[in-house]
Design a protein around this ligand. Structure first.
Ligand code: CMP
Length: 506
């Protein structure tokens, strides 16, 4: 206790120093109460506790020191020195590294380095205290007990390997938190990179703890670096009778309608192989939300079925099945008699049988899957649709990523698409399939023929169209993304044209 010799009063009255330590103890205890429930308190807690232990040990040592000092007091003195040093290093690290460097400066300080450096410092402090306070020669102790060293060495072999791999991973930084990676047989999002292990969360919400040695050994694929763009490849076959260009057009339509498919780099469809059962195509598209990969794939593959069907492209069965048929098998979506469906539609009530039969030969039956867009707001429109099966939603303002507002739902035997057909304006709303839907598409020419043959059909249509426009006008008033009808020249123009067309007075 050489330092005390410089303070005569404290040397002669060690109980004074003990009292000072007790006061320090109370001060720190008070500080802990003051910082109660704050973030800094939780982080500094162990450091402050160590300082409190140090002060108690210091007070004991001082009291004993006055009486000449026994072994207990020497130990207490050693605890005082060690706990003070470790406590101060801990508090210093938390304040400097965690709060100053990481939080204020935003510096990326490696957790493993920080922890290893801290442990080495603690170890050195304990060694010095043993050597200089208790006069124990630790070097010779460790050197002479070779068996002990070997046992500890062997026991720590794996642990050390993992820690060193962890350090190498930190240095190389092949991934960081939240990155999606594939390593060995595992794929998931990095949760945390630790000393010995790295945790990833798989798509099915399992947390896999991978030893760092495993990560150092296996190739690591990082899907989130150097940028979040990931190219996904899908393969499918289409029948030989469908021209590759028509197939590619249908597939690109599906890809461009999917919001998660990036526009740049643009999606590509390639004809890759002439197989036994059909032509093989490969689709390459880019996405940025790797975590959503399976859902995006599902939407694309699902919508592809409908799009290929609409384009009259057959998806072949494997040739191995040796399916002998003269006509493509019917799908559940193929429905029944078109004329019977048209006859059920109240709108066509006034039409004579022969007009309906003629119309039935001119319509196309199209199938859409839930979520697919049948007509899109703002697109040019020259056809009219009768719903044969399923339900659709009429949505306005569904543009530029906005979900839009559903203003009506239509079901079997309802119709839509009359507005732009009659007024020659772009589609006034987006119509989205809500379930598997089949519609009968009536072209402008076919529609004109009916109107010319039975002009009275225009009366119910005009009534319904003007009512629908009225509803839209009401709804748009509440839709922030859409200008009010008063300042929406396109909507006003449409209204004027419909009114003129149907000779409805202002
Ligand atoms: P069109 O403008 O050609 O395309 C979108 C279609 O949605 C539109 O024709 C109507 O058939 C339909 N539509 C628009 N507004 C409504 C509404 N308020 N209620 C029901 N259907 C509507």
């Amino acid at each position: 206790m050489k330092f005390l010799e410089k303070l005569p009063l404290l040397t002669t009255h060690p109980e004074l120093l003990a009292l000072l330590f007790a006061a320090g103890f109370v001060l720190i205890a008070g500080l802990r109460v003051l910082l109660h429930r704050t973030r800094i308190r939780t982080r500094l807690d162990s450091g402050l506790t160590l300082l409190m232990i140090a002060l108690v040990a210091g007070a004991i040592a001082m009291l004993g020191g006055g009486t000449g000092g026994g072994i207990l007091f020497l130990d207490a003195y050693a605890v005082f020195i060690a706990a003070t040093a470790i406590g101060l290093v801990r508090i210093g690290l938390v304040l400097f590294v965690d709060f100053y460097l990481r939080e204020r400066k935003g510096a990326a300080v490696s957790t493993i380095f920080r922890d290893v450096a801290t442990l080495v410092t603690y170890f050195l402090i304990i060694l010095s205290v043993l050597r200089y306070t208790l006069d124990i020669n630790v070097t010779s102790l460790v050197a002479t007990s070779a068996v002990l060293t070997a046992i500890i060495g062997l026991a720590l072999q794996d642990l050390l390997g993992s820690v060193i791999s962890g350090l190498v991973l930190e240095l190389e930084a092949p991934f960081s938190r939240d990155d999606w990676i594939h390593v060995g047989t595992f794929e998931g999002q990095v949760l945390e990179v630790g000393w010995r292990t790295t945790k990833i969360r798989t798509r099915v919400n399992e947390v896999v703890t991978l030893p760092n040695t495993y990560l150092a050994r296996e190739p690591v694929v990082n899907y989130s670096r150097p940028d979040p763009y990931h190219g996904d490849t899908l393969r499918f076959e289409a029948a030989y009778e469908a021209s590759p260009h028509s197939v590619k057009q249908a597939v690109l339509g599906v890809l461009l309608a999917e919001a998660s498919v990036q526009r740049h780099p643009a999606p590509e469809v390639r004809t890759t192989q002439y197989d036994d059962s059909g032509i093989q195509y490969e689709v390459r598209y880019w996405l940025t939300e790797f975590g959503e990969l399976e859902r995006i794939r599902d939407r694309i593959m699902t919508n592809l079925w409908y799009a290929l069907r609409r384009a009259n492209v057959r998806i072949p069965f494997p040739a191995r099945d040796l399916f002998v048929y003269s006509q493509a098998p019917a799908s559940v979506l193929d429905g029944g008699d078109v004329a019977a469906t048209l006859r059920r539609v109240p709108l066509f009530g006034p039409l004579a049988d022969h007009s309906l039969d003629q119309l039935a030969t001119q319509v196309h039956r199209l199938a859409f899957g839930a979520g697919e867009v049948v007509v899109r707001e703002g697109d040019p429109g020259d056809s009219f649709y009768v719903i044969e099966r399923g339900a659709v939603a009429v949505v306005i303002g569904r543009q530029n990523g906005s979900a839009g507002r559903t203003i009506a739902k239509l079901g079997a035997d309802d119709f839509f698409g009359e507005m732009s057909l009659l007024a020659g304006e772009p589609r006034s709303a987006t119509v989205v399939a809500q379930s598997d839907v089949t519609v009968l598409e009536v072209s402008r020419a076919a529609f004109q023929q009916i109107v010319l043959g039975d002009p009275e059909i225009l009366e119910p249509i005009s009534q319904i169209a003007s009512h629908r426009l009225e509803v839209q006008r009401e709804q748009r008033r509440f839709e922030e993304a859409i200008p009010p009808f008063g300042s929406d020249p396109a909507a006003q123009r449409l209204l004027r044209r419909i009114r003129a067309f149907f000779r409805i007075g202002e």
